[in-house]
Design a protein around this ligand. Structure first.
Ligand code: DQA
Length: 147
């Protein structure tokens, strides 16, 4: 299985960004651990981060035909992006939506997700462990669509 891990805006700052909310692990720590974990499960993982909505849309398009599952932490685009929703639906690749924090305990504008109703699963509030859970699920349990 090939897994694409996408992290959206501001997640490049992990480790120093509001650590009381997002923890002390850096994005590099997370991506390296996810890559190693995927390999140990017989899968491959490619990690991508961008602060730009269009770049995330482009990366999702490039996944068509070569990626079986997407794990995405869309950051703030979770709460705004019809374009990322449409890209994920357009390529028809199953995806797991992931958040380090639990957005439902936070500001009301974070309670809305443009992705959750189309996600295979939604993980939130587990901190960096959410990535471990998502990769394990993507590698071993997620129902992959026939190509
Ligand atoms: C986040 C939650 C979002 O509301 C926020 O905009 C982020 C990170 C999380 O991982 O908890 O950037 O997706």
């Amino acid at each position: 299985r090939s897994i694409l891990l996408i992290n959206g805006p501001n997640l490049n700052l992990l480790g120093t960004r509001e650590p009381h909310i997002y923890g002390y692990a850096t994005l590099d720590d997370i991506a390296t651990a996810a890559t190693t974990q995927a390999k140990s499960l017989g899968a491959t993982l490619v990690a991508f981060q961008s602060n730009h909505e269009g770049a995330i849309v482009d990366r999702i398009h490039e996944a068509r035909g070569n990626i079986d599952a997407i794990v995405i932490n869309p950051g703030a685009y979770t709460h705004t992006s019809v374009a990322i929703r449409d890209a994920l639906l357009g390529v028809d690749i199953p995806f797991i939506e992931l958040h380090l924090s639990n957005p439902h305990t936070r500001e009301p504008f974070r309670h809305v997700s443009y992705l959750s109703d189309k996600a295979a699963s939604v993980i939130c509030g587990m901190g960096a462990h959410g990535y471990t859970a998502a990769v394990e699920f993507a590698a071993n349990h997620l129902k992959i669509k026939d190509t």
